[in-house]
Design a protein. Structure first.
Length: 163
């Protein structure tokens, strides 16, 4: 099981300058962010090597993330303040096989299906229309099949040493 978390804070000050034909006017704008997240992941893998020259395997990984994004600016100039909690559940099952017909040659076949399901809760205003405040849910799915061939061209390494 892997656990990872972080806390990130940024601050900046910007000056918006307006030229009106008279004196130059500027409006200072201060902004800051305070973001945190926690990631917990676990996995399980099984292998079967009972067939001659074959290795079969299956695995499953589950990850869970929680976090908060907080964006603030004073005064608010064309920018929406945001305080958004989010959570993500990820799941990735994998199956595969490796075949070793010769000592220098092997083939692999693998399939995985990966799902990421995000939920967002805006803590400030339910009618925000600027990104990312309008997000409520996002789902991502990946299906991948890969085929590999590995050939060791030389049986011995440099100067006759076995690899």
């Amino acid at each position: 099981m892997n656990t990872r978390g972080s806390n990130l804070a940024d601050n900046f000050t910007s000056t918006n300058v307006a030229v009106t034909g008279g004196p130059v006017l500027s409006t200072p704008e201060a902004a800051n962010t305070n973001n945190w997240h926690l990631n917990v992941a676990q996995g399980l893998e099984a292998r079967y090597t009972g067939f001659r020259d074959w290795s079969l395997y299956a695995s499953a990984e589950v990850s869970e993330d929680w976090g908060n994004e907080a964006w603030n600016s004073v005064p608010i100039l064309d920018q929406v303040n945001l305080d958004q909690d989010w959570s993500m559940l990820g799941f990735k099952p994998t199956i595969g096989a490796n075949w070793y017909p010769l000592p220098q040659l092997n083939f692999g076949l693998q399939y995985y299906h990966e799902i990421h399901d995000y939920d967002y809760t805006n803590n400030l205003n339910s009618s925000l229309v600027q990104y990312p405040g309008y997000l409520r849910k996002a789902e991502f799915t990946t299906d991948d099949i890969n085929i590999r061939a590995t050939w060791q061209a030389l049986k011995h390494g440099v100067a006759g040493h076995a690899l």
